[in-house]
Design a protein around this ligand. Sequence first.
Ligand SMILES: Cc1cc2nc3c(=O)[nH]c(=O)nc-3n(C[C@H](O)[C@H](O)[C@H](O)COP(=O)(O)OP(=O)(O)OC[C@H]3O[C@@H](n4cnc5c(N)ncnc54)[C@H](O)[C@@H]3O)c2cc1C
Length: 412
Amino acid sequence: MRTHYDVIIVGARVAGSTLAYELSKAGYDVLLLDKTTFPSDTLSTHNFYGNSLAMLREMGVLDALLETGTPTYKRAVVQFEDAVIDGDFPAVQGETDCLCIRRTHLDDILFRHAAAQDRVTAIEGFRMTDVIRAGGGETVTGIAGVRRSGERESYSAKLVVGADGRGSLLREHVGSKCKGSVPTDFASYVGYYSGYVQDGEMHVELYKLGDKIGIVFPTSDGLYVVGIMFPLADDAWMKRFKEWPERAMRDIVNDGFANTPLPRRMKNAELEGPIRGLLGYDNDWYQGMGPGWALVGDAYSFKDPAVGQGMQDALYGARILTDVLSGYPDWSACWAEMAERYQTLMEEKMMFHYHLACQFTKNMPFTAEQTAVNRLIASDPEATRAFLGIYNRATSPQEFESALMRLSNWQV
Ligand SMILES: Cc1cc2nc3c(=O)[nH]c(=O)nc-3n(C[C@H](O)[C@H](O)[C@H](O)COP(=O)(O)OP(=O)(O)OC[C@H]3O[C@@H](n4cnc5c(N)ncnc54)[C@H](O)[C@@H]3O)c2cc1C
């Protein structure tokens, strides 16, 4: 087997497989590695908005994703205390629908799609353990790792990319600088339910009431995925979730979301599989490139799951990195310039939503001003569309602000 490539990608879920596909289309030879095998699950509520559907269609993979029978939907019901924002997502690149496809399906289809490209060599069950720097210099020139069978192997490349998630080992090895980090105040728990019944058209539900956040998406295999967040500092709920998570999930829905349709809809629903939790995480972003290495997806930046931006940013990041690399014929002569360009483009694309996530991640009640704005959005279909467009990137922050200004001037 060959041992030298243009690019080695460590991690082969949303960020890694998408990047492998994009780089192969741009004419690069890629080695795609993951310590896991596919299909396999990972903790996520996994919703894609319309902008991602447009990218997945362009990648030629959307039809395969839809063939899993996972339903699409275009409606959102967001309840911020007493303000209920109910409407359809605006179209973005011709797509109005969202798709919340289980990671067992999604990551497997993305991985197989990447692996099927002529220029991609893919290895499952290979764990990267070390980064290689030829001649003891600072430029990364390869990786070493171990197969599940126990065989140790090493590979070299012009560039090694960390698509290895939130706790990226590659990031640690290359010493990427953390450029911002905001710890969450919340614990998150996720479960899959059958027999969950919504009223009317299928939709995403998002609730923020007091110090609790709830989210529900229709997903694959006839299930709904329910995510609940409550403060890490709440010892009573922490204890109950640790002791008996299935029971705690039901109790917190009945207790914390009593003024919403959630308890009624959950009443006859049955839990399918375990309740899984994530106890604390940082909203962070890192230096994205250095000599011989780069980061994409969660390895570059993790954002609070409540804003649902992680997977689309993984898709955007794969495209941005491919564009940057394609612009430079000799990478070895231009690391500093490429790194600056990559950082600038990534930050332009992602910083607004990173800051949004940093707000969501703090256990702060809505201010009087925010409450007034939430009610204003809920009262007006155009403002509702503009608000939902912030999530699927149909609306720029400036357009959203203009929609609010128009409404508040009109109401004075
Ligand atoms: C509770 C929760 C809910 C979420 N909900 C949403 C949502 O609704 N919408 C959304 O867009 N985002 C959501 N996210 C975020 C989303 O899950 C991530 O942004 C996304 O998974 C990032 O993809 P990735 O490919 O960068 O990393 P990952 O999905 O973490 O994949 C990393 C891969 O790297 C591999 N790997 C790691 N280390 C090594 C190694 N040493 N050697 C080889 N392989 C390695 C792992 O096996 C893994 O397969 C949620 C996250 C959480 C935690």
